[in-house]
Ligand binder design. Structure first.
Ligand code: 5AD
Ligand code: SF4
Length: 471
């Protein structure tokens, strides 16, 4: 039994991480032949990608995957901690599973992902959910076969969560959701410790994967026919800082571009680490997509300071405009939190005026959610729920106008679209994403799935574009 401990998670001692290769112990190979698994993923791309690894490990153990949890022999929830509603969804699901387990006690029920790393969550599970079979953390999910079997052998709840990062495990099996687009981890964890954010506790300290391993993965993906990679990390711009003296995100992006893979994206970027060299490289290589996610969080200097974001509104805007000027056709999206403790009407107006200046192409907006164990938890929160909801509504109203306005400018233009599949509803209708990450629904009487094709844009909506394949 290993339980999470935030004090340990917060500690700053530098560690040299070893690299190991994943190998499934032959005793687990096909041990569960004929058994079924329901895997539910909550949260971000990092979790989605972990689930691609988890699925492949379970497949090697013999599991097949099904869509209905009611019929599964193993139910695994890959959870997210970022906001209260992610918690509520997972606990709501556990409530439903409890009833199922009462009628079918043989089903195995496990939790992995970010919630597993939270002290409050594991304590609650030990107290109120003793009928569960296992909980495994983000740092050791590759150990799932052992933990799962241990819970079966001992017929007891196993909690195996490490607060500190473990060694890198390379060559993990992976069952990717898409055959055209792939996630590639480049950096794990985060050292920024924004005051509202749980991620440094659930995902650990910042540590970069070796450049050789990343480049090999991209080259292999290209050979397999993948057309797009998304370089993943909580803060990709910090890539290399913990590992190299003279190799950073800019150099990595350039080396990935030189592999010739047709499309490269990356997320997420903290404005603090976005270097001029990165802007130069993005502008220089046409296979690095001109679409950048640059979370601002707030337009008020007072709130940015309380959030521990390390930049001012003015610094953010300078960076924003530099990108727009230097990267051809650059499209920028963002994340914004409203109702942070102490946010006044004036502070909120500053966020609105920043949005009016940036006229974002896309944005994710959230009401602040208090996370246990973060520094912001201690701040007095004097903004009422009603006021927070009003601000979110007002902000979204503003944002949506700009999404539509930007999309309307594309009508009549031809965009290159990576077609991902056919629309389930309409005949001869496909969907895919443009270089600037716009969702495009388009007509085509040729089969274009898995190809990058030119599409004439004919209509614009707030969140998507409509068009026709150019013959
Ligand atoms: N409350 C609300 N939103 C949050 N985010 C992160 N932590 C919180 C929180 N405690 C948002 C930020 C981040 C995005 C992934 O989620 O905007 O960029
Ligand atoms: Fe959620 Fe953050 Fe964990 Fe992703 S890393 S699953 S956003 S808490």
């Amino acid at each position: 039994m290993h339980l999470p401990n935030y004090k340990e998670a917060r500690s700053f001692d530098k560690k040299d991480y070893q690299v190991r290769t994943f190998q499934l112990d032959p005793v687990y190979q096909n041990k569960f032949q004929g058994k079924t698994c329901y895997l539910k993923t909550y949260g971000c791309q990092m979790n989605e990608h972990d689930s691609e690894n988890i699925k492949a490990i379970l497949e090697e153990m013999g599991f097949t995957f099904i869509e209905r949890y009611q019929d599964a022999d193993l139910i695994l929830l890959n959870t997210c901690s970022i906001r209260e509603n992610a918690h509520n969804k997972a606990f709501g699901m556990l409530g439903r599973i409890k009833h199922l387990k009462e009628s079918r006690p043989s089903i195995l029920v496990g939790m992995c992902g970010c919630m597993a790393q939270e002290e409050v969550v594991t304590n609650k599970i030990l107290k109120d959910y003793p009928w569960m079979n296992f909980v495994i953390g983000t740092h050791n999910f590759y150990d799932l076969p052992r933990v799962l079997c241990q819970s079966l052998d001992t017929n007891s709840l196993q909690v195996e969560v490490y607060s500190r990062e473990q060694d890198f495990v390379e060559d993990m099996p992976v069952d990717r959701v898409s055959h055209y687009k792939a996630y590639v981890n480049i950096i794990y964890g985060c050292d920024k410790f924004c005051t509202y954010c749980i991620v440094p506790y659930t995902r650990g300290r910042q540590r970069s994967r070796k450049k050789e391993d990343i480049l090999k993965e991209v080259v292999d993906l290209k050979k397999e026919g993948y057309l797009e990679v998304t370089l993943l990390g909580q803060n990709v711009n910090a890539y290399g800082k913990d590992l190299y003296d003279d190799y950073s995100m800019a150099e990595l992006l350039e080396d990935v571009a030189k592999t010739g893979i047709p499309r490269i994206r990356f997320m997420t970027s903290h404005p603090w680490d976005f270097s001029d060299k990165m802007i130069e490289v993005i502008a220089k290589y046409p296979n690095i997509m001109p679409s950048i996610h640059l979370p601002v969080q707030s337009g008020s200097n007072a709130i940015l300071k309380k959030m521990g974001r390390r930049y001012t509104r003015e610094e953010y805007l300078t960076l924003f405009h530099k990108m727009k000027e230097q990267i051809p056709h650059c499209v920028i999206s963002t994340d914004i939190i409203v109702g942070f403790p102490g946010e006044t009407e004036e502070d909120f107006k500053d966020t609105l005026s920043l949005v009016q200046e940036c006229r974002y192409d896309n944005a994710f907006s959230f009401i602040y959610s208090k996370r246990v164990g973060t520094p912001a938890e201690k701040l007095k929160d004097d903004v009422t729920k009603k006021e927070k909801e009003k601000r979110l509504y007002q902000l979204n109203d503003e944002l949506n106008q700009f999404f539509l306005e930007n999309n309307q400018k594309l009508v009549g233009k031809v965009l290159m679209v990576l077609a991902e599949g056919k629309s389930p509803k309409k005949k001869d209708q496909y969907f895919g994403y443009s270089e600037t990450n716009k969702l495009v629904n388009f007509k085509s009487n040729q089969e274009v799935t898995g190809k990058i094709v030119p599409v004439l844009i004919e209509d614009a909506k707030t969140w998507s574009l409509d068009g026709t394949l150019c013959e």
